[in-house]
Ligand binder design. Structure first.
Ligand code: S3P
Length: 431
């Protein structure tokens, strides 16, 4: 389906976005390993999380859902069953990498695969450390690409320096470490999102963090309720729309405010954005609150390597914000974006340039000249949810209509995106 975005006035009102995708994946997987029943509240509606649910059901986990609440009958660490068929992670990097860590410690055989995009994304980063722990793993193209076959077993502990700044790799190894003989340690050279550490500790795991080193002693997990705050990465599309569309005022409620995910808010604040953050509480060690946004003239900024993991998923929409800022924005140390659901550096530069932006792609980032008036165009999403939603927000601030070809990917992380856009006063048609 193509979508036509009509440029439009202001965006206003109160917005609630669905539960955080990263926290939901962890709640589903860790919940399945608890002893007893786990209630998850405000589950993400993302297709990626549905992939994790289906894989866990194939591993013998029973779940019942009611709206966005879900009850998992935890199986304990050793209660999973060998799946009868290949597990399909679809488009979800988090699903395949976290489940690779889980499968490595099981006394059975598992095959993990995904869609064409996922089958082209790097898997060696999880395969190598899991092999070091004693798992027997094979994969396509010299053991680098899915499908991945895993013959699980009791694992050895590991002392690992993370080869890439990736929370998915860190979490895969943390899960495998629950199945090892002794304490494992993971050293992070650049901090990445720490939802796994918080949730494991909340569920009773013996996990400590000292400086940049995480230590986990194999421990059982106790069933406790888990609340999932709203997804800050989904909220960011509305935050940027609120900043760029004149006379806008948006209030976005119940959003996760974990520091390791707030890089984009920090960067926007430095760009001069009129954003107010009201922390409302902490549940299962995850802070959450409300965000108020008013239209602002932004200024250009430098975004460097150390900050990238804290805003990795927000770079496409931040690049759009930079096209409207005064002066130049330079994003560097962001080559990881080339191995996401699509090559996001190329995707965002090529499609925004079609609309009149002035973005130069460099191997590890983008150079963006600001204050460029965008005009409507026909653009591609490359089947990538975050590029598609970025192009929709670009369409709102452009002069003339924008058509996004094959715009069916938003549901991967944010199925309600277009509906909420319409509720806040924006005009979108489907053809
Ligand atoms: C995620 C971590 C990030 C992020 C992805 C979700 C997670 O990936 O891009 O959308 O839930 O751990 P990497 O850790 O591979 O950078």
């Amino acid at each position: 389906m193509d979508r036509i975005i009509h440029p439009g006035g202001k965006i206003s009102g109160v917005v609630e976005v669905p539960g955080d995708k990263s926290i939901t994946h962890r709640a589903l997987i860790f919940g399945s390993l608890c002893e007893g029943e786990v209630l998850i509240e405000n589950l993400s509606t993302a297709d990626d999380c549905a992939a994790t649910i289906d894989c866990l059901k194939a591993l013998g986990v029973e779940m019942t859902s009611s709206g966005t609440n879900l009850i998992i009958k935890g199986k304990g660490l050793m209660g999973l069953q060998e799946p009868k068929d290949i597990l399909d992670a679809r488009n979800s990097g988090t699903t395949i990498r976290l489940l690779a860590g889980l499968a490595a410690g099981q006394p059975f055989y598992t095959i993990l695969t995904g869609d064409d995009s996922l089958k082209s994304r790097p898997m060696k980063r999880v395969i190598d450390p899991l092999r070091q722990m004693g798992a027997v793993i094979l994969a396509r193209k010299g053991d680098t690409l899915a499908p991945i076959t895993i013959s699980g077993r009791k694992l050895n502990s590991i002392d690992l320096t993370l080869p890439v700044a990736s929370a998915q790799v860190k979490t895969a190894i943390l899960i495998a470490s629950l199945y090892s003989s002794e304490t494992s340690t993971i050293l992070e050279l650049i901090p990445t999102r720490d939802h796994s550490e918080r949730m494991l500790r909340y569920l009773g795991a013996e996990l400590t963090v000292s400086g940049s080193t995480i230590s986990l002693r194999p421990s059982s997990l106790r069933a406790k309720p888990i609340f999932v705050p709203g997804d800050i990465s989904s909220a960011m599309f509305f935050i940027v729309a609120g900043l760029l569309l004149p006379e806008s005022h948006l209030e976005i409620r119940n959003i996760g405010l974990n520091r390791t995910r707030m890089g984009a808010l920090d960067v926007l604040a430095e760009m001069g954005a009129d954003i107010e953050i009201l922390e409302r509480g902490i549940r299962n060690d995850e802070p959450f609150g409300d965000i108020n946004v008013r239209s602002t003239q932004l200024k250009g900024i430098r975004i460097e390597r150390d900050l990238i993991p804290s805003l990795i998923d927000e770079i496409p929409v931040l690049a759009l914000a930079a096209t409207q800022a005064e002066g130049k924005t330079v994003i560097s140390g962001a080559e990881e974006l080339r191995v996401k659901e699509s090559d996001r550096l190329h995707g965002v530069a090529s499609q925004l340039n079609k609309m009149g932006a002035d973005i130069t792609e460099v191997p590890d980032g983008l150079h963006i000249n600001g204050n460029t008036a965008l005009r409507g165009a026909t653009v591609e999403s490359f089947g990538d949810h975050r590029l598609e939603m970025t192009m929709a927000i670009a369409g709102l601030i452009a002069r003339g209509e924008t058509t996004i070809k094959d715009a069916n990917a938003a549901k991967v992380s944010f199925p309600e995106f277009y509906e909420i856009l319409k509720q806040t006063g924006c005009a979108v048609d489907e053809t």
